[in-house]
Design a protein around this ligand. Structure first.
Ligand SMILES: [Zn+2]
Length: 261
């Protein structure tokens, strides 16, 4: 077992809204990883007194506990319970029905001697390497499949596609969203290593086209998680120096977990 975890804010002057953890229970027989990417709210309010890092720390901390303390509870059920627990922590003070209530993308993986379970919700990525070196990207591509026009303004996103049927789903206040996640179970023998990345790191593939998912995995395996984030930052700076528009945030929080099982 070998793990590596790097998480870096997009702007050193702002809090990192990603959450990442790796848990190796005392049994020594398995483990779990949790990666969340908090959705940055616009200036126009969220109905919530709390910050995005407050939300991701609560949700991520609870998920870390539940995934290892309840190994027989499926990951979607663990996510549902963690969302209910987090919502209860501020239901009395905040309007949890607000479309911009704090929310996050989710990647979970849990491995035992028999199996590797996974859950992906929204646009973070989980890459799985088999013993023969084949890399499979486990993705929830609902957001990527939406027409650009549907994402033109924050107000349009809130009213038509955010956590709406036919749109895309994030982990916010409604535990039922867990049923929307991409989930599955792989035989343990088919998985040699895993990499979980938030979209600040998957830019290496999706925005800068440095290579495909398998190339990205190979880069992390050979050069390390830190090198991937450094490379993304260098590409972002080069884009800025060429005077190209940022297409969204110039720099985003970037998290990479690599786990060799
Ligand atoms: Zn709140």
């Amino acid at each position: 077992m070998h793990t590596e975890l790097v998480s870096e804010p997009g702007d050193p002057g702002r809090p990192n809204e990603d959450f990442a953890s790796v848990a190796l229970p005392a049994s020594g027989q398995g483990g779990a990883l949790v990666v969340l990417d908090g959705v940055t709210p616009p200036r126009s309010g969220t109905g919530c007194l709390h910050s995005v890092p407050w939300f991701t720390a609560r949700l991520g901390g609870t998920l870390t506990e539940l995934t290892v303390s309840l190994p027989d509870v499926p990951l979607a059920e663990a996510l549902s319970r963690a969302l209910a627990h987090t919502a209860a922590a501020h239901a009395e003070t905040c309007d949890l029905s607000h479309p911009r209530t704090p929310q996050a993308t989710v990647v979970l993986a849990r491995w035992s001697p028999a199996a590797v379970e996974y859950l992906v919700l929204s646009d973070s990525a989980l890459l799985v390497e088999s013993p023969d070196g084949t890399v499979t990207a486990l993705l929830d591509d609902r957001l990527a499949r939406l027409p650009r026009a549907a994402l033109a303004t924050d107000a349009l996103v809130d009213s038509t596609v955010r956590n709406k049927e036919g749109g895309f789903f994030t982990a916010a206040a409604d535990p039922a969203v867990a049923a929307r996640a991409v989930t599955g179970t792989l035989p343990r023998g088919e998985v040699r290593a895993l990499a979980a990345l938030t979209d600040g790191a998957t830019r290496w593939v999706e925005r800068f086209r440095e290579g495909g998912w398998a190339d990205c995995f190979t880069f992390v395996r050979k050069e390390g998680a830190r090198a991937l984030v450094d490379r993304v930052r260098a590409l972002e700076r080069a884009e800025a120096e060429r005077g190209l528009p940022a297409r969204g945030k110039r720099h985003d929080d970037a998290t990479v977990i690599f786990a060799e099982l």
